[in-house]
Ligand binder design. Sequence first.
Ligand code: NAP
Length: 302
Amino acid sequence: MKKIKINQHVSYSNLIQGFYRADKWQMSTQEMNRFLHELVERGITTMDHADIYGKYTVEKMFGEALALSPELRDQIQLVTKCGIVQPNDIYPDQTAHRYDLSETHIKRSVERSLQQLQVDYIDTLLIHRPSPLMKPCQITDALKSLVDEGKIRAFGVSNFRRSQYELLNDCLKDDRFHIAVNQVEVSPYMLQSFHDGTLDDMYKDKVKIMAWGPFAGGRLFDKDDETAQRVLPVLQRIAKAHDTSVEAIVVAWLTRHPATIMPILGTHRLDRVDAAIAGLDVTLHDQEWFDIYTAAQGYDIP
Ligand SMILES: NC(=O)c1ccc[n+]([C@@H]2O[C@H](COP(=O)([O-])OP(=O)(O)OC[C@H]3O[C@@H](n4cnc5c(N)ncnc54)[C@H](OP(=O)(O)O)[C@@H]3O)[C@@H](O)[C@H]2O)c1
């Protein structure tokens, strides 16, 4: 599988595995370990986490599975996020839902992620969501010192518009540091980042794109969902023409974009992972691409 260079230290696999839903997978530590091996054997080496996944439990689950095969650590890239705060037992002072992008919180969160994942570095730390209260230079001070301490090897953002990540870039006066990736929701179900210019901005700024929710969290397959009712039949027709699956066509559609988009898979089923991987070898005709785009939009292009 193609590798995508994030910075001089970190390269991702073109398809990424997400662990947002892993607390629902009902995998034992051994099963999670097997799942990791299966992914790596298929070339999916980049694993996406966040401190809050599974109400702050998923990183630990993953760390225990990884600890069974320490040799895997250097074969994979660990991405995790911080900044969303939910009521929990870990930070008893945090009794409600908010964002905290203070230097103290970012550093504290990274220390916890390292401990939960049982590793001594994180490949990429992402700021999970922009906050109206963020002080950009406080965030970059935290990120720079985490890089200097060897605790993270790259950093980026998630769900940021250009105007928001530019605030951080203005504080990053040192060429050694840059916003490497932005993780946004994009799929044949969710076109917002096409419409609001975010994908164009990232393409121009050479910020790499991680696409979360490539199957809209499964809603793309929901027969009662209005958008799915428009998009799924088009995906099925194109899948049939290419003798492949809908999953493959979604991956082919995302990776057809001229800026490199790395879809993050949320499934725990290896048959669906394999179906998605097959999409990396499918080339859609422009018309097929637009048929999907138009179906997702719900009205014709001008
Ligand atoms: N940065 C952010 O704010 C943010 C937000 C959300 C997610 N993420 C990241 O992105 C990753 C992927 O997001 P996601 O989980 O929403 O991705 P997704 O791949 O769009 O959705 C995964 C869900 O769809 C189901 N699914 C997949 N294929 C299906 C099919 N053919 N038929 C029916 N159901 C199907 C899966 O069920 P099965 O497991 O049964 O296949 C799973 O429940 C997350 O794990 C996380 O790492 C980031």
